[in-house]
Every structure is written in C-alpha cells, then in structure tokens.
Design a protein around this ligand. Structure first.
Ligand code: NOJ
Length: 533
C-alpha cells in the first residue's frame, strides 16, 4: 500500500447516500464494501487510493451523525462493528486507505456523558461540558451565536446554568480544558487506530478551544447582533489552547506508523489573514497534520480568483507539507450546480492537477448536481437556521445505473434521486469517452502515472484576467506537465513560454485530434488541457 506521501486523492463517501445493501432506503457499510471496486480495482475504477467515510457512529442523527452518542460503535442503520472491520480489511486488500470522521468539539445530547452531566450537576461528568452562570440580567452568559442560528447557549432549568453548543443545542460542546475529556477522546482515537484506520478527518477543530475569559464577540461593521455573520468570531473559536490540544491528539496518532489527520477548520477571514490560520494548523504537526484547504469552495468563478488563491496557498507551504485542496463536500452546493457542467470539468482538471491530496466528493465524478428536496422531505435541520439553507440537495443518493432508484436501493431512498439519473450514472458514464467519469479516470491515471501531480513543484505561468485563462506548470525530476485552463466562454489562443508538445487530455468531451502545440494552444470555451512537455 502507498504511504500518505504518495496517495493520489481522497474520496469522500457519505455513507447514507453511497449504496444501500439491505433495502431500507439508507446507505450502509455493507453497501460501501460491495462498491469498493468503484474506488480502486483493475477495471473501470476511479483509481483513488484513499476513502474518507463520513460519520457512521451511533447517533440520534439530528446533525446526520455529527451528533455522536457512542464514539466507538456503529449505528445500526449503517451496520455493525464487524462490518466496519471487514470494510477496513477489504479496502486494504485493494490498496485503499481508510479515513474516518472524528468529532471532537461536541457530543450528542444523548451521549451518556451529557445525560449524566445534565441530570446531576454534581456528577463527575458535569465538567465534561461547558457550563456558565447566566449574565446578571438572567440572559445568556455572552453574545456567542451558534453556527446553526440563535444563541450558542442553552438554559438548563435544573441547575440554573447555561451550556454551550457551537452547533445545534443537541450538540453540547465538550470541555477540552478538562484533562479527563482529553484522555477519553484520545482513547477514541486509539480504539479506531487499533482497528487499522489510516487517518481521521477531524471535525470543526477550530471550535475546540475558546477564549478563556468568555468575552463577547465584537460586532462587525454593519453586522446585526445575534447573527452568525454579524460578528467577528474571534473568541468563540481558535482559542489559545487549540494548538496544544491538536498536538496532544497528533501524538497519539503518531504512535501508529503512517497515519494522518485532516483538519476540518473553516478559516475565517473575519478574524485575520487566512494564510496565518493555515500556517498555524500546519505548524501543529507538519508530519501528519493537513488542514483541508476550503478556500476554493467560495471563490468566484474566474482564472484570476483561482490563480491568486493557489499562489497564495502554495506560497505559505513549507517543503514537504501536503496540500489538501477540497472544492466540495457534504456541506456545500455541488460544483456542477455552483458554476455549470462545463465549468465543473475545469474544476475537476484543476483539482486533480494540484499538489498534495485533493478530495473528491462522491458523485462529483459523475457530474452530480444539487437535487431539489421538497420541504416535506427535508432532513437537514440547518435549513431552518438559514445559515446553510439546508444541505440535503448536496447529499442525495449516488447514481449507479439506470434501474429504479438509480441502483442505490430497492426501497424508496431517504432523499430523492436526481431526475437525470438515467443518463448521469456510473454504469452509463463508464461506457462514454466524453463523460465526467471518463474525465476523472483519465485525470487520476495521469496523477498515478508518476509523482509529478502529487509531489511536483507548482509554477504559475500565466494568469490573464482579461482573457480569463490560467496556465501553470507541474514539474518533478525530469517530468513536466503544463495545465492550461480557459475559464471564459470564448475560444482562446494561449502562447506557452516554450515549445511544448503533446496535448494528453482536454476537458472537452467532443473528440478532437491530439494537437502538437509547439508553444501555442487553442482552447475552446471552458476547455482545459494538459500538455506533456
Ligand atoms: C462540519 C461538518 O462537516 C458538518 O456537516 C457538521 O454539521 C458540523 N461540522 C458540526 O459537526
């Protein structure tokens, strides 16, 4: 199996929506086992070396599993611990590494720790969570706002105190100041490491440490009090203890060879330069700690915005540090819906020709779009908060084939299947040269061919703001590729800095003869090309 330094990409599987094996309309671990071939096998697979499986732990599912009530067991809707062990073994047999979610900031309010803590204020578990007395007027202790709307404090009538929840009130924040909490949570890591997992995607880590004086968040200019975006969120997250907490976790993970931790840490421009926040996260443990680079999720379309963003990020990295580009996930609108289908092909080429370990969100490889979900069918409660506007449309069932329910389940799925599934599905796209899936497979084949895309240098060759074209070079030892991306809806002639030869891949599904470029290439509207030098 490859080491993390050689892994080509991470494939995010949302277990509820990947494949249902037992006909209850909800995806499960057995479904993942049965469809591992799609990820990496000898024929027709994506050819990806690692998967990240979103939460499958015991949970009341208020936040679709990010509200964990037992960190060391599998929720029955997803299967059993024995299924998980089999999954790890079968993935490893195929050379696929397994990354799982780790949710350190909060538990479910149904977790036994919280039940004891709220049921008996004298319980030893009370201090596992964050309790504060009301403000003198009886209101919440400070003005912190939950990401999902409303105050981040919930009143507990039994004790007359408030507890903190950075997300839903059913997700009380753990008190990481308490060494007992840190020990418990380190044991959770050990439990899964002992089962052979290769790494963790660490949820919402920036929230783990808070301001220890519990100060009010300042209001932004023109910001509305009580709204999440109205405040400079400098005290409710990124507290002074964050790096030490993460280092402690990193030490446990490093007890096991070749493991990794991907930090989910939404960098926040309201509190200071983003590059500094990434730097801080890399400095936690540059050997094994990789922050997801989320900047690409919110960029406006355009060669300049992407080009500037990549230059700034690459410029901040130190030698040997792994970039973790991530342009979509279960919290964000689908790329094809954000920008359009042709544009999504450009983003695919960009993502898979950048250094490090890029993340591919399940379904993006077949061009999945947001699927409208009727309010009566909604499951994501964040829809009510207005912050995310509901994430169901980006979490719909994987489209495997043109049979009923897109081959996802024999039962009506928990969320609707995309209307266009008869065309946009894995089986169909495997057969077509111009499909999204074929493009992804070719991009990954180039990424696998040698080390250039993974570990080579990134050098910007051209950002033409007027023509909306971005060109960069990737080099490793004697191998060089040029990537030229036309973000505009017009044909563009691009002069390369030297005499480059073979166009080895273009994003345009219409076949065209491979061109010898000899220093000049013509890109059709929204076309990207990889040129081997
Ligand atoms: C980030 C996860 O990606 C999101 O789905 C979840 O709601 C929050 N963290 C809270 O755990």
């Amino acid at each position: 199996m490859k080491t993390w330094a050689n892994v080509n990409a991470l494939y995010q599987i949302y277990p509820r929506s990947f494949k249902d094996s037992n006909g209850d309309g909800i995806g499960d671990l057995r479904g993942i086992i049965d469809y591992l071939d799609h990820v990496r096998s000898k024929h027709h697979s994506l050819g990806i070396d690692a998967v990240w499986i979103s939460p499958f732990y015991t949970s009341p599912m208020v936040d679709m599993g990010y509200d964990v009530s037992n960190y060391t067991d599998v929720d029955p809707i997803f299967g059993t611990l024995a299924d998980f062990k089999e999954l790890v073994q079968k993935a490893h047999n195929r050379g696929i590494k397994v990354v799982i979610d780790y949710v350190p900031n909060h538990t479910s309010s149904e977790h036994p720790w919280f039940k004891q803590a709220i049921g008996d204020p004298k319980s030893p578990k009370r201090d596992y969570y964050i309790w504060r007395k009301p403000a003198p007027n009886g209101a919440a202790p400070n003005n912190w706002v939950s990401l999902f709307g409303g105050s981040a404090w919930e009143f507990d009538p039994l004790s007359g105190e408030y507890y903190l929840h950075s997300f839903f009130k059913q997700q009380p924040d753990l008190n990481w100041e308490n060494p007992a909490v840190r020990e418990e949570m380190k044991n959770v890591l050990r439990f899964w490491l002992d089962l052979g997992v290769d790494g963790f995607r660490m949820d919402a880590v920036n929230h783990m440490a808070k301001d220890l004086e519990w100060r009010d968040e300042p209001l932004r200019e023109g910001g509305v009090e009580g709204t999440y975006d109205g405040h400079v969120r400098k005290y409710s997250k990124y507290g002074p203890q964050l790096v030490p907490y993460l280092r402690e976790l990193g030490e446990v993970i490093e007890e096991y060879p070749d493991r990794i931790m991907f930090f989910e840490s939404i960098v926040d421009g309201s509190i200071g330069p983003i590059a500094e926040q990434y730097r801080m996260l890399y400095d936690v443990n540059p050997r094994i700690g990789v922050p997801f680079n989320f900047g690409g999720m919110w960029l406006p379309w355009g060669a300049k915005s992407y080009g500037d963003y990549i230059r700034e990020f690459q410029g901040m990295l130190k030698p040997g540090e792994i970039a973790g580009y991530c342009f979509s996930n279960h919290d964000q609108p689908r790329i094809a819906s954000r920008f359009g289908k042709e544009q999504a092909r450009i983003i695919a080429m960009l993502l898979l020709t950048l250094p490090g370990i890029p993340t591919v969100y399940y379904g993006d490889e077949i061009g999945m779009e947001n699927v409208p979900v009727d309010p009566s069918q909604r499951t994501d409660m964040s829809a009510q908060s207005g912050v995310f506007g509901g994430r169901d449309p980006f979490r719909t069932p994987m489209q495997w084939d043109s049979s009923k329910n897109a081959g996802f389940s024999t039962h009506e799925p928990w969320l609707p299947v995309a209307k266009n599934y008869k065309r946009a599905n894995v089986a169909n796209e495997r057969r077509h040269d111009g499909s999204f899936l074929t493009l992804y497979r070719h991009l990954l084949a180039i990424r696998n061919h040698d080390e250039t895309m993974k570990r080579g240098d990134y050098r910007e060759l051209l950002i033409d703001e007027t023509k909306n074209v971005l060109v960069y070079e990737r080099t490793y030892e004697s191998s060089t590729y040029i990537v030229a991306l036309n973000f505009s809806n017009k044909q563009r002639h691009v002069t390369l800095p030297y005499d480059a030869h073979h166009v080895i891949l273009t994003t345009n599904p219409v076949k065209q003869p491979k061109t010898h470029t000899h220093g000049r290439i013509t890109l059709r509207p929204y076309e990207g090309a990889i040129i081997f030098v």
